[in-house]
Design a protein. Structure first.
Length: 54
């Protein structure tokens, strides 16, 4: 049985998920570059943390 979600979507339209937005944004070269740079910074920070034993 399908759950009634009409009260969750008052406009009657499906909400856009974060994954869908991210996929759309990744088509933008500026966004993609910033995302990849941030991902690399996070990876390096995690690596440094592991080396310190934190």
């Amino acid at each position: 049985m399908k759950k009634d979600t009409s009260s969750l979507y008052p406009t009657g339209k499906k909400l856009t998920t974060h994954a869908e937005l991210h996929a759309r944004w990744m088509k933008d070269p500026e966004y993609r570059k910033a995302y990849e740079e941030e991902t690399e910074r996070e990876r390096l920070a995690e690596e440094a943390k592991k080396k310190k034993g934190v």
